[in-house]
Design a protein around this ligand. Structure first.
Ligand code: MN
Length: 739
């Protein structure tokens, strides 16, 4: 599939800019080009061409959509922060907040795939030295990252739709130049485009970008079918074009007779849409391929219906092929009349009828907003509605933290077919196909969802798992109070279809548990801190260091078991602020034990301190190889060493890392039993902890033990106290507060 894509020069881009751009606007675009060109200088695309060509091409796609100057400028700069030394601050300084925010938005979206590119190696099979489970793990990680990227894309939509338009332009140009990318990447990117970005363009109503993304993707995802359809299409092209010309002439004469002025054009066929029609309707290829299609653009809505009437009386309409998207627009706000008739030659002819406004909306969707603006039109209802739709969608989506779940939700809720049902008052509710009364209830109001106990569809009681159909009138029967049932979340029961309802149900259960978890988590942490003799804790700081916004969130995480107490204690001990607390009021003790010494060149050699000179950390030392007892460590100025004749047996040694331990006073209460003390000392021994002092105080049945033990850190202390408490008969073990 080798080919060359025409490079769009910067001069060409300048010519393409909407004519209403001011001189100042144009100069800014020029400056952005110079900045981007300099920043990317030396970088190359897969195809070998200079990187800046990509930036200009993206800006050019945006100029085609007649986007405002700041979007074109951000398009030119969209990869600079990510891939060049240029910073966001540079851009903010030179081009202002709007451009900087747009570039930042796009950069955030591209940040994650870059990490996933780093994983690429492992995920694609690696270098052969990896374990299968490592490769598996890398794959999962990659999947997560991909979902995460998509999640961010959708969230960004809610914030600023212009960011998404830049992202779509970026993706479109990357698809146009995908032939130059490594083969294994082609399929993956194409699939992702077909799954997510084309439907996204469709959802935003940007037909121009949607069909091109689809056709470009399809040729990589299914190359054989693509070639087959493409070649058959081009074979029949001259014939088809001649037919269309004749039909156009015929139609315009007919309409003129009825005083309808129409602009008629042949409708181009897109390969992927032909393929989809073939597979969806199970029609043979010939039938789909040979269908002729024309589009009529007429001045206003009455003319649309008038033209339809003329066509339907002149040719026989094909049953089931008429759709009135003017009275009932598609949920991406698309409007038109669609019909198909049996033409003079007894073969079908598809006809679309729309006004110029509907046409612009159909081609450019949400992007047409900026065209209206330049025309000085104030009200743009479709844009407002679209933005509101995005906001509503994002509202609950931001509550979904699991990326995979989010993307799945996106696929079912947004990209699948829809059903339109009515409330008892006659309002239309737009739901994902397959939705149940519970989905409907949650759509109407969260509280109605929670209290939903039954439903009537078209006046009849129905089970809650019944799928709703377009045109159904749905009435929800509610309880006075109470909440959803756990069953609703069981996918096998098919009671809930939409992600939106699912996440609201989950949120309800979570909220019930939150209070409980908070109290439990708080108590557990306070108990542990008390046991460790820590009286002052800054929970705000501790929560922040562990990545939680508030202490409550921290307690909840502990309560739900998402966060272990020992992690909290470790983190607490590590933090700067608690460096003193780590000492836990005790003076550190440096223990010049033999294992604290590193014997250079003979690691692992048994060694011990010489009794004659008792070296201390910091002393200059030397090792002496004994017969059969390893090495003895002496001070270098030890008379015994100085006197030594056989220097061959001396080894160079140095102090290793000296381990600090801290003497800590702990108190243990237990029902007295035989062997208790020996169990405790075995346990301490296994931890490598020294007992510096013990006193036992037994009165009748309760024994009270006071121990001074030498621990390395808080973490170890916490573990030891827990282990002691788990010994039979022990009631409690805690640290005696110092001082
Ligand atoms: Mn890019």
């Amino acid at each position: 599939m080798q080919e060359t894509i025409k490079v769009i020069t910067f001069e060409k881009l300048m010519e393409q800019l909407p004519e209403h751009y001011t001189v100042a606007d144009r100069e800014l675009v020029q400056r952005a080009y110079r900045v981007a060109e300099e920043a990317h200088r030396g970088q190359k695309r897969h195809s070998g061409e200079p990187y800046i060509n990509h930036c200009v091409a993206v800006a050019s796609i945006l100029a085609d959509l007649r986007m405002p100057p700041e979007v074109i400028i951000a398009g030119l700069l969209h990869d600079t922060v990510e891939d060049t030394p240029l910073t966001l601050e540079d851009i903010r300084r030179d081009f202002g907040d709007t451009v900087a925010n747009l570039v930042n938005g796009v950069t955030k979206l591209t940040n994650l795939p870059r990490v996933s590119r780093g994983d690429q190696h492992a995920a694609d099979g690696g270098n052969g030295s990896q374990l299968p489970e490592e490769i598996e793990a890398a794959k999962t990680r990659k999947q997560d990252l991909k979902s995460e990227t998509l999640r961010k894309t959708f969230l960004a939509m809610g914030e600023d739709v212009r960011v998404v338009l830049i992202k779509l332009a970026d993706r479109l140009h990357n698809m146009r130049t995908l032939y130059a990318a490594p083969e294994e990447k082609q399929k993956r990117i194409a699939k992702e485009t077909l799954d997510i970005f084309a439907p996204l363009a469709n959802r935003l109503g940007i037909w121009q970008i949607k069909w091109e993304l689809e056709d470009l993707s399809f040729r990589y995802v299914n190359p054989e079918k693509y070639k087959e359809i493409a070649s058959q299409l081009s074979e029949k092209r001259p014939d088809r074009e001649a037919q269309i010309e004749a039909i156009k002439k015929n139609l315009s004469q007919l309409l003129a007779k009825h005083n309808i002025h129409a602009e008629i054009s042949g409708r181009p066929k897109h390969i992927y849409s032909i393929y989809k029609k073939m597979t969806q309707k199970g029609k043979p290829f010939d039938l789909v391929r040979d269908v002729r299609a024309v589009r009529l653009i007429v001045p206003d809505i009455p003319s649309c219906y008038a033209a339809l009437g003329v066509i339907h009386t002149h040719w026989r309409p094909i049953p089931g092929e008429f759709d009135d998207y003017i009275a009932a627009p598609k949920d991406n706000f698309y409007q038109s009349l669609h019909t198909a008739v049996i033409y003079d030659d007894k073969r079908p002819l598809e006809v679309q009828i729309r006004t110029p406004e509907m046409h612009m909306n159909a081609e450019y969707g949400i992007a047409s907003h900026w065209r209206y603006k330049e025309g000085g039109r104030v009200s743009d209802k479709a844009f407002e509605e679209r933005i509101n739709w995005l906001r509503r969608m994002m509202e609950w989506r931001s509550e979904v933290s699991d990326a995979q779940e989010f993307v799945e939700g996106m696929k079912t809720d947004v990209f699948q077919d829809r059903v339109y049902v009515f409330t008892p008052r006659g309002d239309i509710i737009d739901l994902a196909a397959g939705s149940t009364p519970i989905d409907f209830a949650y759509h109407v109001h969260t509280d109605i969802g929670h209290r939903c106990r039954g439903a009537r569809v078209n006046g009849k009681l129905v089970p809650l798992y019944q799928e709703l159909k377009t045109g159904d009138q749905v009435e929800i029967l509610t309880a006075k109070r109470g909440g959803p049932s756990r069953d609703w979340l069981n996918p096998n029961l098919g009671l809930v279809k939409t992600q939106r309802a699912r996440s609201k149900i989950k949120a309800w259960f979570k909220k019930q548990e939150v209070e409980q978890n908070l109290a439990q988590g708080r108590a557990a942490l306070e108990h542990e801190l008390h046991r460790l003799g820590i009286t002052e804790t800054n929970f705000e700081n501790l929560a922040r260091e562990l990545g939680y916004k508030t202490p409550d969130e921290l307690f909840i995480a502990i309560g739900t078991g998402d966060l272990s107490i020992s992690r909290v204690i470790r983190r607490f001990a590590e933090s700067e602020e608690n460096a003193d607390t780590l000492v836990i009021g005790a003076q550190p003790k440096e223990s010049p034990s033999a294992n604290a010494i590193e014997v250079v060149g003979l690691k692992g050699l048994l060694s011990q301190m010489a009794k004659c000179c008792t070296p201390m950390p910091g002393d200059q030392i030397v090792g002496y190889i004994t017969r059969g007892r390893g090495a003895t460590i002496h001070r270098q100025d030890c008379p015994n060493i100085l006197r030594l004749k056989d220097k061959e047996r001396l080894l160079q040694v140095g102090w290793g890392k000296v381990e600090h331990t801290y003497p800590v006073h702990i108190k243990i209460r237990a029902y007295d039993r035989k062997g208790l003390m020996s169990d405790i000392s075995t346990l301490l021994d296994s931890e490598g902890v020294n007992i510096a002092d013990v006193s036992v105080n037994a009165n009748h049945t309760i024994a009270s033990l006071d121990l001074t033990i030498e621990v390395k850190n808080l973490d170890q202390l916490s573990r030891i106290l827990t282990r002691i408490e788990n010994l039979p008969n022990v009631i409690e073990a805690h640290r005696v507060k110092p001082g």
